[in-house]
Design a binder for this molecule. Structure first.
Ligand SMILES: Nc1ncnc2c1ncn2[C@@H]1O[C@H](COP(=O)(O)OP(=O)(O)OP(=O)(O)O)[C@@H](O)[C@H]1O
Length: 790
């Protein structure tokens, strides 16, 4: 089984300081309230019988020798005096009921949503009852209490007796309508029902009488007698059947139906709540939503100051002369070929200026397209690209490189509001488009990216731009990188963020993979991770990682069932051609598999190559990488291989690139981020508190270690014997165990495992599972090894 790491699981969610009382405390508080309400109830009730006796005692409440008659003695007399006499009178009993209900809610830990409503209604009742009693029993202050008396007095002074009665009536109507949900129709229905039932009873008595009559008439006949009353042929049964006594049915049946309809009552449906959701709600209520970033709660995102401005402070400087000159040259060249222009417009970008022309009516577009080289010649400029027509605009675009291209700094695109406000899962700021807009795309939507271009045209800078964008937007808990760098130097700067952002195989020492053999293991391990994640998604009944994580955050997935917060995994392969050349199918198959299936579970691939030939970017790779970036290439064929369109051969290099995600091709100037800047960012992140180790991928021992080679006994490792003993004692055939126990490197431990297999001590390689140990104990091992020599 794949080793499951539970770094996220360990997060002590309960660490969060909660101001809410604990469950025990609410139970205690609940029971206290219930008992207190009972005490009040008994006090109030007995106060009505003892108040006169206890009246004099109230002034000497502190005197221990005096005894009150109230059931709860002086306490009862005092609180009752306060609540009943000075308060709401008889209605104070409602207060004790409310207290008791509140206590029950707390004691049984019930959903407190309805409680507030009960209190509000309780208060309304108390006020109304005490006012009503204050009004009808003005001379009995104990019934309405001081509040009822005063309210009544106040109302009488201002509205008179009739006004007070009307106000009381309004209160009553309000209570009946809002609390008891009574409506005039409802009342009418009740009356109608009563009338009907009265009618029914009279009818049944009258019909009883009828039947009695009939019975009297025909005492021995049990068949419907009504027919007989009409036909008077009671003794001919055949006639009874022939004559459909329709009149009789009409009279008797419909009346009953009508009665049924009128008295129908619709019962309210009580919706059942899902048990699981309830628990989740409660957990969220108690601890808040699960926060994956909690373990590195103090993590600070890199600041914008770490990035350089590269000498660009303002926008692009426009050279009017150059603009005018280029415009004239374009118009002239076209005129030479008898192409008239009715309109021309220029859009200045960071590296190229787009001249949009509207040709005169009747000019063929293909004619202009064919003049690409002629225009380039007359402008004496490289990298002219003609877009005829510009999709969706009805114009023809001629892109002419600026004489002084301005650098698009990473700082400017990171600081742009478009990137800062991007509500994307994995936002990437690539650079700026030809119209100087920041170009931001979501890697999660791509869902995989292919970058190609001749050497030295800005691929590595492009990769750094992608990684930097993610570092600026994502917390270490949310995304993990797997970096493959056969060139060994390009991505090594990211070593510093190993324990924050990188993921690696459990046994590998280096987080950045430079060895092609290890790439195969990593890819296969990623496939295992993919399968595991799909399994988790399936049990969670969600369709993608976003939904899964949202459900996990809402505490609807139980970590004890293996659920955990799943970070995005971005696999970056810097030199893909090199990998395909050395490993071929072995890497192509897992890459294709990942590319086909991994989008839903948050694994995204970015592969870069400087050799965009068809044997590197094969059909199967291309089919699964709809998002592609082409930096400058040397031939039209290469451009076609990457983009399925030409144009990349006409780029000017230095980060000038074409991006496509399906049909449209967008020209972008890639943002420039230099190695020292990346160094500063990784240093900034790396110096902060990190996870104990890099994110671990599922264990996958490469198949190459499984090929059983016949090792000579003499060639065995010096630690062979110790390793065999460790394996046999633990009865677990894994290289990592040897590594840990004997403190060996991964490669050496792997070799020893091979030798153990050759010696018949462990079984063959079994994918992600540990190998079987074939020797049961140390005695058997001793026996086996001593017999080998002979
Ligand atoms: N976006 C850019 N803006 C300005 N200059 C750039 C940009 N991208 C690249 N350059 C220039 O081009 C040089 C080469 O870039 P980079 O190292 O990215 O090329 P590469 O395609 O990765 O080459 P290789 O394949 O050999 O690694 C950089 O040192 C830089 O001077």
């Amino acid at each position: 089984m794949a080793k499951k790491k539970t770094t996220t699981k360990k997060k002590p969610a309960s660490k969060k300081v909660s101001l809410k009382p604990s469950k025990q405390n609410t139970i205690i508080l609940g029971s206290l309230l219930i008992l207190f309400s009972m005490a009040l109830f008994f006090s109030f009730v007995s106060y009505y019988f003892t108040w006169q006796d206890d009246q004099s005692l109230l002034s000497e409440i502190g005197n221990r020798n005096e005894q009150a008659k109230n059931l709860l003695n002086k306490f009862g007399a005092a609180v009752s005096h306060f609540f009943v006499y000075k308060g709401f009178g008889l209605a104070s009993l409602i207060f004790t009921v409310l207290l008791c209900i509140t206590g029950l809610y707390l004691f049984l830990n019930m959903d407190k949503k309805g409680l507030l409503k009960k209190w509000i209604w309780g208060l309304v009742f108390m006020i109304w009852i005490s006012l009503a009693l204050g009004f009808v029993a003005e001379t009995q202050p104990l019934l309405g209490g001081l509040i009822g008396y005063e309210m009544n007095d106040f109302l009488q002074d201002y509205t008179g007796t009739i006004g007070t009665v009307l106000i009381l009536l309004f209160g009553l109507v309000f209570i009946l309508v809002r609390f008891f949900k009574l409506t005039p129709e409802g009342i009418a229905n009740v009356f109608a029902k009563k009338e009907k039932s009265a009618q029914k009873s009279t009818k049944s008595t009258s019909s009883k009488e009828n039947t009695e009559e009939e019975i009297l008439l025909e005492p021995e006949d049990e068949t419907p007698v009504v027919i007989d009353t009409y036909t008077h042929k009671k003794d001919i049964p055949a006639l009874k059947k022939e004559e459909p006594a329709t009149d009789d049915f009409e009279v008797t049946v419909p009346v009953e139906e009508e009665e049924e309809q009128l008295s129908m009552e619709v019962e309210k449906i009580v919706e059942e709540k899902e048990e699981k959701d309830n628990i989740a709600d409660k957990l969220v209520e108690d601890f808040g939503e699960f926060d994956p970033t909690l373990e590195l709660g103090n993590y600070k995102f890199p600041t914008i100051e770490l990035l350089d401005q590269h000498g660009v402070t303002g926008g692009i400087t426009i050279n009017q002369e150059e603009l005018e000159e280029n415009k004239n040259k374009i118009v002239e060249t076209l005129k030479n070929y008898k192409i008239g222009i009715s309109q021309i417009k220029a859009t200045i970008g960071p590296t190229v200026t787009l001249y949009e022309i509207v040709p005169e009516a009747g000019i063929r577009i293909s004619k202009i397209k064919n003049l690409e080289d002629d225009i380039a010649l007359s402008l004496a400029a490289l990298g002219i690209r003609i877009i005829a027509p510009i999709p969706g605009k009805g114009t023809i675009g001629i892109e002419v490189p600026n004489k002084n291209a301005s650098i698009v700094s990473m700082r400017s695109v990171i600081a742009s509001s478009k990137f800062q406000k991007a509500e994307m899962q994995l936002p990437i700021a690539f650079g700026k488009t030809i119209s100087n807009e920041t170009f931001v795309v979501d890697l999660a939507k791509m869902p995989h990216l292919l970058m190609a271009g001749a050497t030295g045209q800005g691929k590595s800078v492009g990769l750094n731009a992608v990684l930097t964008s993610l570092l600026y937007k994502k917390h270490p808990a949310e995304v993990k990188f797997i970096l493959v760098d056969p060139k060994k130097v390009e991505l090594s700067i990211y070593n510093k963020i190993e324990r924050h952002f990188l993921a690696k195989l459990p046994d590998s020492e280096e987080a950045i993979i430079t060895d092609n053999a290890k790439v195969i293991n990593t890819l296969n391990s990623l496939c295992i991770e993919m399968d595991n994640r799909y399994e988790l998604l399936k049990t969670a009944m969600v369709r993608n990682l976003k939904e899964y994580n949202a459900k996990f955050k809402a505490r609807k997935l139980n970590p004890n069932d293996g659920h955990k917060y799943l970070p995005y995994i971005v696999l970056v392969i810097d030199e893909f051609a090199d990998l395909i050349m050395t490993a071929g199918k072995e890497v192509e198959t897992p890459i294709a598999r990942l590319a086909q299936l991994a989008r839903a579970i948050g694994i995204h691939l970015i592969i870069a190559t400087q050799r965009p030939s068809v044997n590197v970017i094969t059909g199967i790779i291309k089919a699964n990488f709809p998002a592609r970036i082409a930096f400058r290439v040397t031939s039209k064929i290469d451009s076609r291989t990457i983009l399925d369109a030409q144009g990349a051969d006409q780029l000017i290099g230095r980060g000038d690139m074409l991006y496509t995600q399906g049909n449209d091709v967008t020209r972008i100037q890639c943002a420039f981020v230099d190695t020292p800047e990346v160094d500063k960012i990784t240093e900034y992140i790396g110096s902060q508190r990190a996870y104990p180790q890099a994110h671990e991928l599922p264990e996958y021992s490469g198949e190459e270690s499984g090929t059983s080679i016949d090792y000579e006994i003499a060639d065995r490792d010096a630690m062979f014997r110790e390793a065999a003993e460790v394996i046999v004692t633990a009865q677990q055939g894994s290289a990592s165990l040897i590594q840990r126990k004997l403190k060996l490197g991964y490669n050496r431990a792997g070799r020893i495992i091979d030798q153990l297999e050759a010696a018949g001590i462990v079984g063959p390689f079994e994918g992600s599972k540990a190998r079987q140990v074939l020797v049961s104990d140390l005695v058997a091992l001793d026996h086996l090894l001593s017999n080998e020599g002979s």
